[in-house]
Design a protein around this ligand. Sequence first.
Ligand SMILES: Cc1cc2nc3c(=O)[nH]c(=O)nc-3n(C[C@H](O)[C@H](O)[C@H](O)COP(=O)(O)OP(=O)(O)OC[C@H]3O[C@@H](n4cnc5c(N)ncnc54)[C@H](O)[C@@H]3O)c2cc1C
Ligand code: SF4
Length: 501
Amino acid sequence: MSILAHRDYHAHQTFDAEVVVVGTGAGGAVAGAELAEAGRDVLFVEEGGYHPTSSLNPYLTESIPRLYRDAGATMIMGRPPIPYAEGRCVGGSTLVNGGMTWRAPERVLKEWQDLTGQPDLGSKALAPFFDRVEERIHAKPQHPVSVGEDSRLLEEGARRLGWRYEHNRRAQDRCVGSNQCLTGCPTGAKQSTLLSYMPRALSFGARCLTQVRVHELWIERGRCVGVIGKAVNPRTRRCDIDVRVRSKVVVISCGAVQTPYLLLRHRLGRRNSQLGKNFLCHPNAKVVAIYPFDLHAWQGVSQGGQIREFLEEGVVMAENAVPPGTAAAQIPVLGEEALEMMRHYNRMAMTGVLVEDSHAGTVTRGFDAPLARYSINAYDHERFLRGVRLLATLHFEMGAKQVVLPFSNMHIANSVDDLRQIEQTQRSRSTIELFTVHLMGTCRMGSDRRSSVVNLRGELWDLPGCYVADASLFPTAVGVNPQVTIMALATMVAQRVEVPN
Ligand SMILES: Cc1cc2nc3c(=O)[nH]c(=O)nc-3n(C[C@H](O)[C@H](O)[C@H](O)COP(=O)(O)OP(=O)(O)OC[C@H]3O[C@@H](n4cnc5c(N)ncnc54)[C@H](O)[C@@H]3O)c2cc1C
Ligand code: SF4
């Protein structure tokens, strides 16, 4: 059998493989599939469960704890604290993501090339990897009928204000715009790695151990020769059966928080202390507008396009309609007031401002869990205030009656005039409410062992046989949705993995 689950494991079981890949998200699935296709005997180890398309549904109380780590509400500590969500299932975060597929901008790749002093991370060298990935995940524009009224409204608002708006390309094949991407696509249209790279890997003979959390690396004579974990009981969430995998090469793809957490257990990266540093997260601020007419934002794909007028300043704006349960949890009022606001759900345009990080936080090992720390700096705070003001202005221009702002001391604006108070009331960085779904950068790739964690092949400088292929490789923030850039780097790493005889 190629996919195993908790019920299939016996005490102290050891599996053998040429390459073990930990994680099946954007990085892991791609690296494993490429290696399997190249003829390697690949074994994936994934902490989450396998949930086929037929089991995916929009019921939040069932789907969120099943598909997301910590039910999608882990916290980054700092000023302000920032909740983040990541997938924990076969497919990783790609199973629950919005499917947007933007390549890292030219400016960012130029910076990576300059930082590493090598062409490997430049746009020319990465272009074939992007092409390959985009073909495999069917990255293409949406059919117009799958785009919702809220997207059209944002596009029209941008046009009126003379701002650049670009339609999204998404990883999808025949998307009908049901807007259920965040609980897993029930039609099989979204090309998460569950439906793209994982079946490809399995068709080339790869196997997958699901419901196993890797706790440590297996290291012998200074070389990584496997991983050690425990099966996770899906009912109790207790780790109860030992599972080991012995391999010639290990690829870690647990995401930018869990990967450094795992590696730090072994006190790796001590020479330059870079492991777990450079934690980047593209913080987001929500701006929800209430219109005097129905928008039915739940009809149509979650994001038809993005306002890219301010991309060079590191600011992107987009709509992102979430289900009523999620919206209710995020509105800033309680009781009767909340009920009254939610009565307008059909009239809401749920939009947000993403800011490209200008500085970084850290991930360290806390008590039995990773500890992510990150505070926004004055420059990023200023860009948020400007971005929120501009986006709220667009909504008033389009006829919104009210705009719900992401500030704990200023929830509502009823007119453009109210927005003038933002500068005076928002001097503190603690009053802005942010969230994120893009975690990056904690094992940065480089050509100099003094300033990076892995080399340009993706191998740890101080642990031969151990590679990283996920979002933690990014040297800096990409400023756009990161999945295809992660996939391109994972393809490159897979092609550079050296498997000893
Ligand atoms: C709600 C949401 C919406 C998003 N929308 C978009 C979008 O539209 N476009 C875009 O480009 N990006 C989007 N992203 C971000 C994108 O999905 C992620 O950046 C990307 O998937 C990260 O890839 P990764 O390989 O680093 O980690 P992941 O894809 O998160 O995969 C990591 C995997 O490793 C597993 N794992 C972790 N630790 C262990 C362990 N110790 N043992 C075994 N397994 C382990 C996890 O269970 C998980 O399956 C979104 C993310 C979310 C959460
Ligand atoms: S909008 Fe609906 S059909 Fe389209 S990818 Fe998302 S969940 Fe699937």
